[in-house]
Ligand binder design. Sequence first.
Ligand SMILES: [Zn+2]
Length: 385
Amino acid sequence: MTACRVCGSHIAEASYEASAPALTTTMAFVDIPTLAFVCDECGHAQSGDLPDIKAFYDTSYQISMESDDHDQIFAIGADNQPIYRTDHQAAVSLRLLDLPQGATILDYGAAKSTTLRKMHKARPDLRPHVFDVSADYRPAWQGWVAPEDQASYTIPAEWVGRFQAIMSHFVIEHVPEPVAFLKALHDLLAPEGRLLLSMPDVAANPGDMAVADHLNHFSIPSFKRAFSLAGFRVDTIDTEVFPGAFFVIAKRADDSVPLTIDRAEIATATDKAREICAFWKQAAIRLNEAAKEFAGRRAAIYGSGFYGSWICSRVESDVALSVFLDQNPNLQGTSHFGKPVIAPATLADDVDVVFVGLNPLKARAAIAQQPSLHRPGLNLVWIDG
Ligand SMILES: [Zn+2]
């Protein structure tokens, strides 16, 4: 039994459970089982707690630290060139926040804050502030954020009520108490201040359900509930600008915000969450079968992100894994779990089987565009059957 991180209701049992180790967004294994719970009261889904969470984010969790160019691909553009996450996030944030001239803005849980740096470049009138729960990112803030506008570990008291806007990209899914987190942001905003929050949409990217450090898997009704409880009015919910994610604009309210509970919307969300839990159970069975079927054969994994890493953990003791294939030019030439990462077009002829480690909702379309994967005799294994 556990308590819902949003509404506090008791959740009797896990809807998905897999034995340790669990895999994180940074492709690290932690020695805990993977658990997913679904709340029927508010439509939230959540994972089990992460041990020693403060130390994890302070010292072990580093996104994009290697270089400025190491950035996650958000999509492949019409010209077949990758579009990077922070470029897209910066453009979308400027448009959705529609900031007034000279606005004071905080990037909360900023990491290197590449998104805000790009926004500031486009809008030099903005006054950027950054905060993170680690000091590792401070070098990346120098030169464009005033020293007094940077904070690590603790928010300065004088920041309360300061900001016309706060944005927090892909942070709330990591937070054990999301309502308390939103209340803290509420207090940092000036009256009528606006908050932009982005978070994964597990329904659009089922992999999110099995990520150990994503403690929250929000649905529309569950984040609406969290915002109301924290004193926000939701203005805009955008599910289109960033496939696989919600971008939400909410305004600080200073009166009480009524809770509107839409039972049909909640039921749709819980059905979806349980369907995804069932998908993961099936995927694990399927991978075990495929690992036995292709035991000893030369194999590659397409995708060196979460899905590919998860597949690797399931099959590497059975098959002869030679490479990871990845479209991201910044990853090509690196290694992942000791195997080279190469461009899909350069796959060797003697590979017998490719395990497709992509979002199953998009995998078939992506693989259809890779001629090297359609040669006779090459087997493709899909995690969704
Ligand atoms: Zn709940």
